[in-house]
Design a protein around this ligand. Structure first.
Ligand SMILES: Nc1ncnc2c1ncn2[C@@H]1O[C@H](COP(=O)(O)OP(=O)(O)O)[C@@H](O)[C@H]1O
Ligand SMILES: [Mg+2]
Length: 260
């Protein structure tokens, strides 16, 4: 049995208000240590809600979450890093200062900040842009900055919410390769939320397919890829079988989400 890194039991989230919105669950999920787990589901099914509760950014209405056997409640646990959608970088800071931001705020000493920032910037191929501002970078480069900002915190689990959604297809595939490299070299557990079935199929060990809101897992698909995979897997015949299975699970749910 692989070691469990994060575990959700009976998790549900209802947004209160005059017309409460039942966004998620109840659902159970175990993510193994070192696993690359992707979540796909129709728009509005509760994917971001799932990430928020797992990251401790919002409390579930019901249920219990643990990360490294400790309950998650109220704050982002030490060891979890979150990457949000594009343009989460601070436009008034250089790449270097964007990457250093979290460490400086945590009061890390200057030499350690410099060492870790240098590593993260080098790892993400940003060395030539260290003194540039986000506005001077392409969308793919800005997204590398956001990943470097998380990487510098040395997370043992990385949660990403549709990080490549705004990028063109080629850039998306190449960013996927970067993410695989990061996953392999850091040994971190990854949870990737995406609306792109090909991205989920190409990158992950396992894909969780969510129903229309309130989102629950209706299928869990093991891809069976080797650890040293990359985007060339899209031309493997087995890749079509994985995306086909994802789509057949998702098709009816997507129609429901569209009111069909
Ligand atoms: N703060 C909030 N207050 C009320 N409803 C919300 C809030 N955030 C999200 N929702 C609703 O919860 C549902 C799930 O949202 P979300 O988790 O963002 O879905 P996804 O990321 O899958 O598109 C949607 O119907 C959305 O409108
Ligand atoms: Mg979302």
């Amino acid at each position: 049995m692989p070691e469990i890194h994060a575990s959700m039991r009976g998790i549900a989230r209802i947004y209160p208000g005059p017309k409460p919105v039942h966004a998620l669950g109840p659902l159970d999920l175990d993510i193994a240590k070192g696993e690359f787990f992707a979540v796909v589901g129709p728009s509005g099914c509760g994917k971001s809600t799932l990430l928020d509760v797992l990251a401790g950014l919002s409390a579930p209405t019901e249920g219990h979450i643990t990360f490294e056997d400790k309950p998650v409640a109220g704050t982002v646990p030490d060891g979890i890093g979150v990457v949000f959608q594009e343009d989460a970088s601070f436009p008034w800071l250089t790449v270097q200062d964007n990457v250093a931001f979290g460490l400086r705020r945590a009061g890390t000493d200057a030499a350690e900040v410099a060492r870790r920032v240098d590593y993260a910037i080098g790892f993400m191929g940003l060395r030539d842009f260290a003194k540039a501002y986000p506005a001077q970078l392409s969308g793919g480069m800005r997204q590398r900055v956001c990943i470097a900002r998380t990487l510098v915190l040395q997370p043992r689990m990385i949660l990403l919410d549709e990080p490549f959604g705004a990028l063109d297809q080629q850039t998306r595939l190449l960013m996927g390769d970067e993410l695989l490299r990061l996953w392999r070299e850091t040994g971190a557990t990854v949870l990737l939320i995406t609306h792109a079935l090909d991205e989920a199929a190409m990158l992950s060990d396992r894909v969780g397919v969510m129903s229309a809101r309130p989102g629950i897992f209706i299928d869990l698909v093991e891809t069976g890829w080797p650890r040293d995979r990359d985007s060339r897997i899209v031309s493997d015949p087995a890749f079509g079988a994985v995306t086909g299975r994802l789509w057949s699970s998702l098709r009816v749910e997507s129609m429901k989400a569209m009111g069909r």
